[in-house]
Ligand binder design. Sequence first.
Ligand SMILES: Cc1ncc(COP(=O)(O)O)c(C=O)c1O
Length: 368
Amino acid sequence: MVQNIPMVDLRSHFAPLRTEILEGIGQILDDSAFILGAQGRALESELSQYLGVAHGIGCASGTDALLLALRALDIGPGDEVIVPSFTFIATAEAVRYVGATPVFADVEPEYFCITAATVEPLLSPRTRAIIPVHLYGQAAPMDELLDLSQRHQLPIIEDMAQAIGARWQERRLGSLGTLSCVSFFPSKNLGGAGDGGMVFTQDDALAEKLRGLRNHGSWQTYHHDVLGYNSRLDEIQALILRKLFQRLDQYNAGRRRAAALYDQALAELPLQRPSRRVGAEHVFHQYTIQVQDRDGLRQKLQAQGIASGVYYPIPCHLQQAFADLPKVHCPQAEALKDRVLSLPMFPELQESQVARIAEVIAEHLRKS
Ligand SMILES: Cc1ncc(COP(=O)(O)O)c(C=O)c1O
């Protein structure tokens, strides 16, 4: 019988670590220290060292990481923050949570990210920050965005929810902006067994601010200097993430290997394969093709038991949740929403599975 192919295979991913994780959880239950303990501190230190930044501050999700980063910069009502139109809603949601206004920039059709050219015309005296998203696991064009941010003295918050481990030139993403935010949502490249996130920064003062903000605005027990949040990464989650982190480079290499197999298998077909940006190392959170008749192809794959995903069917500026914001037009994002199709992608994806997916795609494209 032919096996179905899922988008991600978390069961296989966790299987080799199961015994180690269960032992570790047993130890945490014995110690009974569940929040803001040794595992969380160790993860913060390991990940910040890996990225080449001074501080990592764990929190409850990638969305909270963005919210905390904006709060740390004192961004609030009356302020504007530039975000991509073509991203997961959380990037823009966080801006609204602090009472500021997301201003949607269009993306480049080849790499799916904002650029200096799409951001610059949107700058206003109210602009307080720019949030590039390293979408699908590949860097936004950081040289030009950093240059823009320096010229206008605006902080960059990197949304690296989908790109942990990826590089821009010699540096890891997450070490380039004033702040950077990651998500540990289970399907992410470093995905835990639940929600989690982390904010990174080189700046000692911002790090100190973040440590209090995530803990009810408290830097000293039961002294609450500002309104903060209950947004902490618990010890069990941190333990699991530390086990996975030891293998992160291996996982990302597995994703790149799968991407290379797709590239080969799809080379002759009338579709657009993901482009590699010069100077960037991609970690393939998603392998996203662009194709006409995307929905027809998706149905065909589904009929053959092959999962696929559309990230994202509605750009942020067209979401109902933002219907009260001034209408904007982002032509590239509006075109991409009908063309993008993400294929199954996970470190354990087999060559035979890629071959089968490619065969189904080829058969469909030959007929249409
Ligand atoms: C680009 C991007 N930003 C932010 C988030 C939010 O992360 P979380 O789901 O951990 O809140 C996600 C993922 O879900 C994402 O893909």
